[in-house]
Design a protein around this ligand. Structure first.
Ligand code: NAD
Length: 292
């Protein structure tokens, strides 16, 4: 099939209902965006307490968007009404696409995919928002490897322009085309990447971030490194960015990149020490900086 043929398939089979697994930082961010673009969204959480925390997160993000877009009250309520957070599987059964955004552990993601495989229609596309795990390793937990891909949104979802569409070993062209169309419909820019460590962006970004971490270990000042790099033209310095991303998330990504970038090993050691000490960045009010 040519690319044009696949585009016609997108018209025949539009994605209407989107399921999301996990209403954490990324799941809530994706729900805000997808709901805003008019899709019905159902998010599955692990228990009622996590669902309630997710509702607060989604409410805050929707309110932020409503202020920014100067929405009237009824538009804001309609948007909130399109996003449901549940703890049962059943509401996901008729989703056209399910995006997984849970804890970064392969065995947990595989078991979620295995369960989804049983409860959704055979045509439902499964996408993972993983930053550091192999999508191919998740796809083999299902009977529909051709319909499984990565959909890697960056944090914060509403600000970041790019979304990586990750082609796993068995992903078919139609699935890639439908996901590319879906990302475009969200007003974001898709890039199709291979299922290799760090995909495209993190593979390029992490050696740069890693050098900044090593310079801190060598005794350079955190604030000076960030200040000079900002002066060079970056919107924020590398250490501020690591605090924003979360050092725990960065440690996962760095570990996954060790096989392709041997020079990152000392960075992994440095990050592991900080994460062990609870210095995981902005979300814990302490990373390379204090957030008081
Ligand atoms: P998070 O810890 O904020 O949220 C994860 C959520 O998933 C939690 O609310 C948890 O209750 C829920 N959950 C866990 N297991 C579940 C299950 N079996 N079923 C349903 N819900 C479950 O995590 P996050 O930062 O949003 O990251 C989610 C995914 O996105 C990870 O794969 C991560 O690597 C990836 N990612 C994170 C970032 C980032 O900067 N935070 C960026 C890009 C990608």
């Amino acid at each position: 099939r040519t690319w044009t043929d696949q585009t016609s398939i997108i018209h025949e089979e539009p994605i209407r209902k989107v399921g999301i697994i996990g209403a954490g930082a990324m799941g809530a961010g994706i729900a805000q965006l997808v709901g805003y673009r008019g899709y019905d969204v159902v998010i599955k959480e692990i228990n009622e307490a996590a669902a309630e925390a997710g509702r607060t997160r989604v409410n805050d993000l929707v309110n932020q968007l409503a202020r920014h877009k100067k929405m009237n009250e009824s538009t804001r309520e309609q948007l909130l009404g399109r996003i449901r957070i549940v703890t049962e599987d059943e509401p996901l059964s008729d989703a056209d696409l399910v995006i997984e955004a849970i804890v970064e552990k392969l065995d947990v993601k595989r078991s979620v995919f295995r369960a989804l495989d049983r409860i959704t229609t055979p045509e439902t596309i499964f996408a993972s928002n993983t930053s550091s795990l192999s999508v191919t390793d998740m796809a083999t937990a299902t009977q529909r490897g051709n319909l499984v891909a990565g959909l890697h949104f960056f944090n914060p979802v509403h600000k970041m322009e790019l979304v990586e569409v990750v082609r796993a070993k068995e992903t078919n062209d139609v699935t890639i085309a439908r996901l590319v169309g879906f990302v475009r419909g969200l007003g974001k820019t898709p890039i199709v990447t291979a299922d290799t460590p760090g995909f495209l962006v993190n593979r390029v970004l992490f050696p740069y971030l890693g050098e900044a971490v090593l310079m801190v270990a060598e005794g350079h000042s955190v604030a000076n490194i960030d200040k000079e790099v900002r002066r060079f033209g970056m919107p924020m310095g590398p250490l501020e960015l690591l605090d924003q991303v979360g050092l725990d998330v960065a440690l996962h990504v760095s570990r996954s990149l060790e096989s392709v970038l041997s020079g990152l090993c000392p960075v992994v050691d440095q990050l592991a020490i900080m994460v062990e000490d609870g210095l995981i960045g902005k979300k814990a009010s302490a990373g390379f900086y204090w957030y008081l």
